[in-house]
Every structure is written in structure tokens, then in C-alpha cells.
Design a protein around this ligand. Structure first.
Ligand SMILES: Nc1ncnc2c1ncn2[C@@H]1O[C@H](COP(=O)(O)OP(=O)(O)OP(=O)(O)O)[C@@H](O)[C@H]1O
Ligand SMILES: [Mg+2]
Length: 322
């Protein structure tokens, strides 16, 4: 049996906030018991509507924010139990690529400095070795050595994302969590960046956790896809099963909204009624029930558990409970 690179068990993140002195504390259940396994070399995507908890899940996995509960094993080690020094060492192997590369790049530093910083922080090489490494990396992502002395604002959106990727890769990590890495880019540039990410995955033996709100974006690059709704994974399957046999009514609705060539699916658009409920006040039972076209009585009171409908294809829905 292959060992997972990343194993997430019952991951939970609740944000608490208080509006006023006399008001009750509000609990936002941003991530509510997520289970996810990622094997080396895989691309697993997390998809779902805005606010369903994708970024929070990614950030908890890298421990950029502290989870409320649950376990995150990276190469078998529970990263929640690591102290500062151990965590810094582990972070060499797990890096984040952001949606907005401009916001994540210090505008006062040159690209050369931005790429060298992680090497300095981790005490890697002397200045000559680091410069050589930085020059190699900028060319690997399709830019030139001459561009290293420029500042972030001198680059286009697509070029900045190349820089963001170079910065994430400079420490030769094993896992990249890419949070909406192409959402801010034009469609033609999106394809270039996705192709680059795929080439780099092969070259550097990378594992990707790819976060997106768009099922059509992740179709090409994913091996497996997890669909999130209100802090929970409602369906997870390999790409083929998910796109050809979407089983959870929420996945079916999401898929019906994107142009995916699939003769097995009706082309009729399934309209999701109502907005995404607030994770501060989630519906009872199955949290999807108020918007579900198959809602039954049980759905309003009992939360469904995940069941395996075919090998590796898990669905959390009362229609599939055996
Ligand atoms: N620091 C915070 N304090 C309070 N609530 C937060 C915080 N960060 C996120 N949330 C809430 O948690 C929920 C999940 O947010 P998250 O950013 O993970 O969603 P997302 O799926 O990444 O959405 P998007 O597609 O818009 O990026 C949202 O309701 C959000 O308002
Ligand atoms: Mg997000």
C-alpha cells in the first residue's frame, strides 16, 4: 500500500467573533470535519462555492492558521504536534501558491531578492550558490535572468504568478497548496500557468492540493476531486467518476453550470435555489437540504455520513446511504 503524503482527519476550524459587549459569541464553522488523503505525485482538487472553507482548509493544513480540532499528518507526522523549529523544517516541504501573486510579493523587493529570501531563511547555500539557484529557477518558470533585478509591479499578472510559483518551488518542496492560482488571470493565461504547473509537477515530483471554485478549471489537472459545501467534503472521487457520475445533488448542480462535454449528463442546468447559508448558522441535518431538489424528511434532521458508492468514490448524502 502506498503511504499518503498528506492525511487530514476530522479537520475543524471554527472562528469565534463577538459583535458587541452584550451580544452572544458567534461561531463560524468554516471547516467542519474534513477528511482528505493525498498520495505522492497526485493532484487533488478542492472545489466549492465562495465561502465554503477551501482556503481555510488549505491554511490549516500548512498550519498558517491553527485548526480548532482534527489531525494533519504530513509524511506520517502530525504537524499539529510540531514545535516552532520542527514546523519551520516541515514547511520547507509544503508551500503555498496564492491567488493574487501581487499581494503576496513585497513590492519593495526585486524578484531576485524575493526568490532568495526563502533560501536565506532556511540557511541554504552562500550568496553565490543562492544566486545560481535563483537564476535557474526563474528560467524554469519561463522568465529570464535579466528580469531578476526588476520589481513585481513591472510584471504582468501571468508573469507574477510564474514568480509566485518560482518562490514556492525554490526550496524544492514536496507539497504545493495552490489556492486559486489562476482565478485572477485571463483564460488564455490560465491555460499557460496550468500547463506550467503540470510540467513542473513531473520535473520536481510534486504533489498538488489545488483549490478552486471552478470545476472546469480543475478538470484537466486533477487526479481526484473533493467537493466542499459549508465546511464539509460532500463528495470525493477520482476525476473520471466525479465528472461522469456526479452523485451528490450539489456536485450535479455545480457540474450542470459548467460546460463539460459529457454525453451521460443531461445538459439541463440545475439551478441551486437560495444563497449559500452562513457557516455561522448552518441548516440542521444535511446542511445542503434547503437547496436540494431531492430533499427528504430525514435530510432535515439527520446529518448523513460518507458512504463509498464505488471504489474510492465517497458521497455524503441520504440518497446513497445503504
Ligand atoms: N479570520 C476569519 N475570521 C472569521 N471568519 C472567517 C475568517 N476567515 C474565513 N472566515 C469565514 O470562514 C468561511 C470560509 O472562508 P474561506 O476563505 O475558507 O472560504 P473559501 O472557500 O476559500 O472562499 P473563496 O472561494 O471566496 O475564497 C467564510 O464564511 C468566511 O467568512
Ligand atoms: Mg478562498
Amino acid at each position: 500500500m502506498r503511504q499518503p503524503l498528506l492525511e487530514v482527519k476530522s479537520l475543524t476550524k471554527h472562528f469565534t467573533s463577538k459583535q458587541g459587549f452584550f451580544s452572544k459569541e458567534k461561531v463560524v464553522r468554516a471547516v467542519d470535519g474534513v477528511n482528505l488523503t493525498v498520495y505522492p505525485g497526485e493532484t487533488v482538487s478542492i472545489v466549492g462555492e465562495s465561502g465554503c472553507g477551501k482556503s481555510t482548509t488549505g491554511r490549516c493544513i500548512l498550519r498558517l492558521i491553527e485548526p480548532t480540532d482534527g489531525e494533519v499528518f504530513f509524511e506520517g507526522q502530525d504537524i499539529r504536534k510540531l514545535n516552532e523549529t520542527e514546523l519551520r523544517r516541515a514547511r520547507r516541504n509544503m508551500q503555498l501558491v496564492f491567488q493574487d501573486p501581487f499581494a503576496s510579493l513585497n513590492p519593495r523587493k526585486t524578484i531576485g531578492q524575493l526568490l532568495e529570501d526563502p533560501l536565506i531563511i532556511h540557511g541554504i547555500g552562500n550568496s553565490v550558490e543562492r544566486r545560481k539557484h535563483v537564476e535557474e529557477m526563474i528560467q524554469i518558470v519561463g522568465l529570464s535572468k535579466q528580469q531578476l533585478d526588476r520589481f513585481p509591479h513591472e510584471f504582468s499578472g501571468g508573469q507574477r504568478q510564474r514568480i509566485g510559483i518560482a518562490r514556492a518551488l525554490i526550496l524544492r518542496p514536496k507539497l504545493i497548496v495552490a489556492d486559486e492560482p489562476v482565478s485572477a488571470l485571463d483564460v488564455s493565461i490560465q491555460a499557460q500557468i496550468l500547463n506550467l504547473m503540470q510540467d513542473l509537477q513531473k520535473e520536481f515530483n510534486l504533489t498538488y492540493l489545488f483549490i478552486s471554485h471552478d470545476l472546469s478549471v480543475v478538470r484537466h489537472i486533477s487526479d481526484r476531486v473533493a467537493v466542499m459545501y459549508l465546511g464539509k467534503v460532500v463528495e470525493v472521487a477520482d476525476k473520471q467518476s466525479l465528472y461522469e457520475k456526479p452523485t451528490h445533488p450539489y456536485t450535479q448542480a455545480l457540474l450542470s453550470a459548467v460546460p463539460v462535454p459529457n454525453p451521460h449528463l443531461t445538459t439541463q442546468r440545475i439551478i441551486l435555489e437560495g444563497d449559500l447559508p452562513s457557516p455561522a448558522n448552518p441548516p440542521s441535518g444535511c446542511t445542503f437540504h434547503p437547496r436540494c431538489r431531492h430533499c427528504m424528511d430525514i435530510c432535515k434532521t439527520v446529518a448523513p455520513v460518507a458512504s463509498e458508492v464505488s471504489r474510492g468514490h465517497f458521497v455524503t448524502c441520504h440518497l446513497e446511504q445503504s
